[in-house]
Design a protein around this ligand. Structure first.
Ligand code: ADP
Length: 327
């Protein structure tokens, strides 16, 4: 029998589609096993303000298809101080919350690691971020939906690019991670993908586009992750415009629309599996773990290991494939 009586669940940092499906899974699994569950609104900020919500199975009705998070999310610098962490823990203790499920990105997991390490409160983290940049899971919540949103946009842009001999630079999210750019570039049939993990020079891009033009391509799409070292889509467009005066060069920044929308079936299933498993693992006595999907299995990685490991490693073969398939 587990000693856990009341689980606190929260979302923190950047929101991602699938967070609601995950909250639903956590709440209903806890209720099923006879454990109380409290929603903590606005992440660590809500912990500091005791913004707690006693939830039951009905609290999470009709949310599985919604983007965003019904628990809201926030960034909170006060929590990062020793006093802040202690205050948060005291509020949890006072309310009887004796275990946590944290849903969020790298920063959220660092916060959870700090809290659980210092005060020994059992904690499992669920990777929720559209960037797919966490170690311990092949996929993070929201990544699949975000890339689907991006390819829908690329498909629309392709129509106008093809009709007008246009060269489009489409900037997608990813300050440190090129996952969205690479996957959407492949799925959207882009001519080139520029990522923060790799210094593709402007010269390299120009030579690729020149070969494409010689091969009678009349329009091209280049996907640029926002963290690309050459300075983003506008800067790239500026650099190449003299070379390609036969193209009408356009830039589209997709921005925050990539964060929203109804989660894909993949994200809903992933969210449900991770939320369900997180509660079961807590009740089995596990703590300070990142829960994730590897292959098709749910796996646990100690938080310390997950947070110290190097992030996503860019697959060279995929970058080569982008070039080959866009000749
Ligand atoms: P994400 O979880 O999406 O990566 P952030 O990096 O903004 O988002 O982190 C969310 C919150 O987690 C921060 O506002 C802060 O309250 C907390 N946090 C981030 N890093 C740490 C850290 N090193 N120690 C303690 N708390 C942290």
């Amino acid at each position: 029998m587990s000693e856990i009586k009341k689980i606190g669940v929260f979302t923190s940092g950047g929101d991602a589609p699938g967070m609601n499906a995950c909250i639903r899974a956590v709440v209903r699994t806890a209720v099923f096993y006879g454990v109380e569950v409290v929603g903590i609104r606005r992440g660590y900020q809500g912990m500091l303000e005791s913004d707690f919500w006693d939830m039951d199975a009905r609290s999470v009705g009709n949310i599985i298809h919604l983007g965003g998070t019904i628990l809201k999310t926030a960034r909170c610098t006060e929590f990062m101080t020793d006093e802040g962490t202690e205050k948060a823990y005291n509020n949890l203790k006072e309310y009887g919350i004796d275990a946590l499920v944290a849903i969020g990105g790298d920063g959220t997991a660092r916060g959870a690691e700090r809290l659980s390490n210092r005060f020994k409160i059992p904690t499992i983290c669920i990777p929720g971020t559209i960037d797919n940049d966490l170690y311990g899971s092949d996929f993070t919540l929201g990544y699949d939906t975000a890339t689907n949103t991006v390819i829908e946009a690329i498909d629309k842009i392709r129509d106008t690019a093809a009709s007008h001999n246009r060269l489009f630079f489409i900037e997608v999210m990813g300050r440190d991670s090129g996952c969205i750019a690479l996957r959407s570039g492949i799925a959207g049939g882009a001519e080139a993908v520029l990522l923060p993990e790799r210094a593709t020079g402007v010269d390299e891009l120009i030579s690729k586009l020149s070969v494409d033009a010689k091969n009678k391509k009349t329009s091209s799409i280049v996907i640029v992750a926002e963290g690309d070292k050459s300075g983003g889509a506008y800067q790239l467009a500026e650099h190449v415009k003299e070379k390609f005066n036969f193209y009408d060069i356009k830039v589209t920044i997709l921005g925050h629309l990539q964060r929203g929308g109804s989660p894909s079936s993949f994200d809903r299933v992933l969210a449900s599996r991770l939320g369900f498993a997180a509660v079961k693992e807590l009740l089995n006595g596990k703590t300070r773990q990142m829960i994730g999907l590897r292959g098709n299995s749910i796996v646990l990685t100690p938080l310390e290991e997950a947070l110290n490991a190097s992030h996503f490693k860019l697959e060279d073969d995929l970058m080569e494939m982008v070039s080959v398939l866009s000749i």
